[in-house]
Design a protein around this ligand. Sequence first.
Ligand code: GLN
Length: 486
Amino acid sequence: MELINKSALELHDLLDKKEITSREIVEAYIKRIEALEPKLNSFVTLTLEQALEDADKADEMIKNKTSTTFTGIPIAIKDNMCTYHVKTTCSSKMLQDFKPPYDATVIAKIKKAGMPILGKTNMDEFAMGSSTETSFFGPSKNPWDLERVPGGSSGGSAAAVAAKQAPLALGSDTGGSIRQPAALTGVVGLKPTYGLVSRYGLIAFASSLDQIGPFTRDVADSAALLNMLAGYDPKDTTSLPNKRSDYLQALGKEIRGLRVGLPREFFGEGLDKEVEKAVLKAIDALATEGAQIVEIDLPYSKKALAAYYLIATAEASSNLARLDGVRYGHRSENQKDSVTMFKHSRAEGFGPEVKRRIMLGTYALSAGFYDAYYLKALKVRTLIKNDFDAAFKKVDVIVTPTTPSVAFKFGEKVLDPLAMYLSDVYTTTANLAGIPAMSMPAGLTKEKLPIGVQIIAPALAEEIMLNTAYTLEKAIGTIGLPTLEV
Ligand code: GLN
């Protein structure tokens, strides 16, 4: 039995029936990680010994009947979520030796459930980027084609799930960082409603946009993992006091009569023909299942990228101010006086993309330009939200491409920030509006590269979104995972 080929829920069944142990699962993944890591660089830090110990504890929990759905199932974590006494680097030189004194809420939940953590995954530095090329530890590779990027910023998590180095992973999504890499690596990635999953212990990039969410190989695993992650947390002031939903229970309902919105603005200039074709085919498949397809307009989505890159950089410039070499993080040797120490610590600790964002954000917030840039961007954000409110009066979900193109080659965009920023053209709207969105595979191009389709739903309508995805997955079938020589 090839354990690494099973979905997390399949593994749960096997554990439940006592046909396998958590230790066997973790050992199988360790073998796979060790074989592939030199090629893929999905991880910044591996915690394999701890994972084995946790697997044994999970096997005890299963024996004692104190286990839950994911007990004994390993997971990989993006390296911007705090893990107690385990390095949390944000793929930055600034935090390369940072060991947090506490666990993020999602990590506490994972530990409580008895899930062994395999390691911390690579990402764009401080989650700024769409390719993992801004990582201080070098990029991760796309398992479908090692010459191509896995997307970003959660590229390591996406690559790990696609390459079967982990059955599950966590990522964070500020403007598309779960959905875009999920699309580029052919896995399922979900960004929940803002406030559904606690951000406590997630190192902030842009606090009003950041959300943690799951990477999985199929929709059912995504729903099950969201069950575990979602919930009110008093430690996060933006956490929603929502009632508990069972996302797994929501799957499999008929979608007859479901109104699916097709926003004209997402199918225009810049969209790769093969991507467009696959997404339209997915929409046809939903129609065959009884959905009603409705063309809609989201006129302000054209301004989303501009608003996003003002708001995200403004918040980042403020959030990253704490990294000054004083309390934690890189401290320069050049300590002539405190101001010199601040300057050099930041100059040495941050990479070029992070510096670019801090400068852009500081500029947008500066006294003379605040009204012209930041305030205006906030107004556009409201208009984008209003667009969605109007659209969701007419439709239940919205379906779009996740990205304008498939995985690109290393170096293709990294020297042209604007080209890189365009990767997020279809994903930032959901963050700005605070609504849930997910990406799932819609097919492969002729070159055998994955194509992602995005499903967007109203706030807290994850159940409808996931059920639409589940229906689609059944209708169009999966694309499988890449074959990698070990
Ligand atoms: N690629 C986008 C950016 O660079 C989104 C990043 C993210 O969602 N963390 O800002």
